[in-house]
Design a protein around this ligand. Structure first.
Ligand SMILES: Cc1cc2nc3c(=O)[nH]c(=O)nc-3n(C[C@H](O)[C@H](O)[C@H](O)COP(=O)(O)OP(=O)(O)OC[C@H]3O[C@@H](n4cnc5c(N)ncnc54)[C@H](O)[C@@H]3O)c2cc1C
Length: 387
């Protein structure tokens, strides 16, 4: 029987980055991922690093640390994440007022630049000039999400960490202490279990009788093979509707619906967006839908058609590229843009999940949390609400 210092559940961005940082602290780390072919939120992500998006001293600091880590990550991990700096363009629809839209983004740490139609087209010639009144431009970092988690996992293994493909069925408890996990294969024992299971984190917590504010959306998108068409920027619509939907769906009055399953709480939100990766492939998105049943089936054909119709209005030349529809579940939380810390009710149990903008927040918080777990102190982690 092998005992580990730490067991991390989930091999997406959160689990991979945190496992690596823990292995940097010389801990014996086991990372457990249930799928051999990943079908998680990370691999379907755009991979945008929104380092402009801080809204408090804490998140501003993390945004600056986040982009600085990404700028040096390929060297640190000796692997290619395809990091680059690009423009993020938030398209302003013809029925939106540019000045009012600008106001919606004024509270961010880095202010956007308001572009008129000609300035927008100069940066992104694929935009449909008849459908926009302009764009908001932010500086953005960008990585290939899949390559980034592979880079973290490779560096973890180089540090002596283990990655296994098994499904965690339950956590092993001894009174108020978590002492290990039971997988579909065997039991593993450890001093600390950290839940990094994305949307599935909620279920693992619920099975332990814990009700932390971690929820999920069902996301739908289209991935394409490499194409000769060239998109220069990351394009997203200038809308806060997804955040409003998430806030409403987790308000106190209806929070209890999350204890049950199969309930559609809200309508979905469609954000016509696109990113092109360095190999020429695209991710076109995205529909976000709230259904409390994590296994709910979403209708493929209507969903793919709606995404293509929306893309046809904003980026017409991308609307008919051959591609494959996918869906996945994305975790989010309320009150904070992440849930990070030791869970008070159980000794030996922590959470590192529920991130909004994880590509900027996860790398620095993984460093801080690994420091906290090994040194028993870290000013950033100690400033977070207790769980
Ligand atoms: C279309 C789209 C665009 C996006 N764009 C951006 C963007 O530009 N910037 C940004 O920051 N974010 C973006 N996101 C969001 C971001 O990708 C996700 O929030 C993030 O990748 C989630 O990482 P995670 O590790 O929490 O979850 P996941 O990537 O879902 O990983 C969780 C893992 O846990 C595993 N797991 C679950 N249960 C178990 C179990 N019992 N046993 C073992 N393993 C288990 C799962 O198989 C999964 O691999 C986007 C998402 C989508 C879908």
């Amino acid at each position: 029987m092998i005992n580990y210092d730490v067991i991390v559940i989930g091999g997406g961005l959160t689990g991979s980055a945190l496992s690596y940082e823990l292995s940097q602290k010389k801990l014996k780390v086991l990372l457990i991922e249930k799928d051999s072919v990943l079908n998680n939120a990370t691999i379907y992500s755009y991979g945008g690093i929104s380092y402009w998006g801080g809204t408090s001293n804490l998140t501003n600091q993390l945004c600056q640390e986040g982009i600085n880590i990404h700028r040096n990550l390929e060297e640190e991990l000796s692997a290619n994440t395809e990091f680059r700096e690009i423009d993020l363009l938030f398209t302003i629809d013809i029925d939106q007022n540019p000045q009012e839209t600008l106001e919606d983004y004024k509270h961010f740490f880095i202010q956007p630049q308001l572009l008129d139609i000609d300035e927008s087209l100069a940066l992104e010639p694929l935009l449909n000039k008849n459908n926009i009144t302009g764009c908001l431009r932010f500086p953005q970092g960008h990585v290939n999400p899949q390559k980034t988690i592979l880079a973290y996992q490779k560096a973890l293994k180089n540090n002596g960490g283990n990655v296994v493909q098994e499904t965690v069925i339950s956590l092993i408890q001894k009174e108020d202490k978590i002492i290990g996990i039971k997988t579909n294969n065997k039991n593993y024992f450890t001093n600390e279990v950290i839940i990094c299971a994305g949307a599935f984190s909620r279920q693992i917590l619920q099975d332990l009788g814990l009700n932390l504010p971690i929820y999920f959306t069902h996301a739908q998108l289209i991935k394409t093979p490499p194409s000769d068409i060239k998109l220069r920027t990351l394009v997203m619509p200038a809308t806060t509707k997804r955040f409003e939907m998430e806030k409403q769906a987790t308000s106190l009055e209806i929070e209890s619906i999350w204890q049950t399953s199969n309930n559609l709480i809200q309508n979905d939100v469609l954000e016509a967006g696109a990113i092109q990766f360095l190999d020429g492939s695209f991710c076109l998105g995205q529909i976000s839908q709230i259904i409390t049943n994590i296994d709910a089936l979403v209708p493929k054909n209507t969903s793919a058609r709606r995404i293509r119709e929306a893309i046809a209005k904003t980026l017409p030349s991308l609307a008919n590229i051959e591609g494959t529809w996918h869906n996945c579940q994305i975790a989010f939380s309320q009150g904070m843009p992440f849930q990070v810390g030791k869970i008070k009710k159980f000794e030996g149990l922590s959470i590192f999940s529920g991130f909004t903008s994880p590509f900027v927040f996860v790398p620095p918080l993984a460093k801080h949390f690994a420091h906290y777990l090994t040194e028993n102190s870290d000013p950033i982690i100690e400033s977070l609400p207790s769980l």
